[in-house]
Design a protein around this ligand. Sequence first.
Ligand code: WNU
Length: 152
Amino acid sequence: MRSTQARNEEYFSFLRSVSLLKDLPEEKLAKIVDCLEVDYFDEGEYIIREGEEGNTFFIIAKGQVSVTQTTEGCLEPQEIKTLGVGDYFGEKALISEDVRSANIISKENDTQCLVVDRDNFNQMVGTYEELQAYLREYVEQLSRGDEQRNAM
Ligand code: WNU
């Protein structure tokens, strides 16, 4: 079996490659690695459902996901983008203190996501004003985009 240390080193260097986290100090990143959970999803499986409460932030370590949203006048939720390795999602419910605003669905079998809970997310983001400002701005942009496409 792979040792915890080997696992942690692997995730540490992976997280270092995620643009959002590239400037975090070593000890901060190491702490996140210690608190990470890994979740596995099959093709078509919902990782996040629109309208549900959510307390977690996800980083894709393997595979691809589809982001879909219910919009006015459409019966089925529409795909608004796809995300892949190194992309992240789920920050909006945490930052806006709101329910999940889109669906996230695995596009492949064995999609792997690193999961950070609200407390660790706040620790990660809260202590870095630039990171916090960046995410807040991004989340506002998402809200404006949602409005323009008449998301419900
Ligand atoms: C979008 N509108 C909405 C994406 C991921 C990270 C960033 C875009 Cl910084 P949540 C559902 C999640 C949401 C976002 C993600 O879906 N999302 C979007 C949109 O146009 N959400 N409302 N595009 S991908 C993405 C920017 O992470 O967070 O907790 O759950 O509401």
